[in-house]
Design a protein around this ligand. Structure first.
Ligand code: DGL
Length: 281
């Protein structure tokens, strides 16, 4: 079974693509909605919560876990991989590495914008990893601290969200008008993608058209490639699978089911799990 973890709803934007690409596996999704957002929390807290989730998903039978959360990938993944897990038993992968491997091929101006949480921006993970791919890339980061709360509250589809979409995009493009590629470096942000693209289509700050990169397809393709290259892990993760998907949330199961059903465009029945239970794992 493959575990997918996020602070809340954001990981659904990754799960959706992974399930389309690899429908034969069983999936266990864990959204820590009760403690979201993670993006404004300290390194220690994000690491602690992410490690609890990894241990819990392993206990529930996952042999492979995707941190479908940039903040957790930036702040906790490396420590967990190096210090906390036995790679013979479980593998934990993130979403930043697959993204930085693909994006440099998509920019013409070599000017890239990163929209992410404060935690991801402060970690500089995207800047460091992208410049390893191509030292000539010019990277400008913009933290968007209001976007995840808007999405977790279900306000992202309404007019109020337009103000904050405009605010962060205007700030980003004013700092570098040559940006032609913007990475949605938080898995929640594709839920605002329509508004983001509508704003970009109407603005006149940059001369060139700006393309927006969401991570779902990229991560799904990278996972398929990883499983192809690691047949032993693929076999273990596949054992007994029936193509099922179970959803767990630390917040209200009803609220999660309603919102997730809209995001995934299918009927979801989530189960509630107390975060104190996850913490005790
Ligand atoms: N969806 C997450 C990310 O990709 C975390 C958002 C949050 O909880 O602040 O960064």
């Amino acid at each position: 079974m493959i575990g997918i973890f996020d602070s809340g709803y954001g990981g659904l934007t990754i799960l959706n693509h992974i399930r389309q690409r690899l429908p034969e596996y069983d999936y266990l999704y864990l959204g820590d909605n009760a403690r979201a957002p993670y993006g404004t929390r300290s390194f220690d807290v994000i690491y602690e919560y992410t490690l609890e989730a990894v241990n819990y998903l392993q206990k529930r039978g996952c042999q492979l876990i995707i941190l479908a959360c940039n903040t957790a990938s930036a702040k906790a993944l490396r420590s967990i991989q190096q210090n906390d897990i036995n790679p013979d038993e479980i593998r934990v992968l993130g979403v930043i590495r697959p993204t930085v491997e693909v994006v440099p091929t998509r920019t013409r101006t070599k000017h890239i914008g990163i929209l992410a949480t404060q935690g991801t921006v402060a970690s500089e993970s995207y800047v460091i990893e992208l410049q390893k791919q191509d030292p000539e890339l010019v990277i400008t980061q913009q933290a968007c601290p209001m976007w995840v709360p808007l999405i977790e509250c279900g306000e992202h589809m309404h007019e109020g969200a337009d103000y904050f979409v405009e605010k962060y995009l205007t700030e980003l493009l004013a700092r570098d008008p040559l940006i032609d590629t913007i990475i949605l470096g938080c898995t929640h942000y594709p839920l605002l993608q329509e508004k983001i693209e509508a704003f970009l289509a109407n603005q006149s700050i940059s001369a060139q058209s700006v393309s927006v990169v969401a991570q779902g397809e990229i991560v799904a393709e990278s996972l398929a490639d990883y499983l192809e290259r690691h047949q032993d892990i693929a076999e273990r993760a596949m054992a007994g699978s029936r193509g099922s998907c179970t959803f767990l949330t630390t917040e209200s199961a009803n609220k999660f089911s309603d919102s997730a059903s809209i995001f995934l465009d299918e009927e979801i029945l989530a189960k509630h799990i107390e975060y104190s239970v996850i913490s005790q794992t």
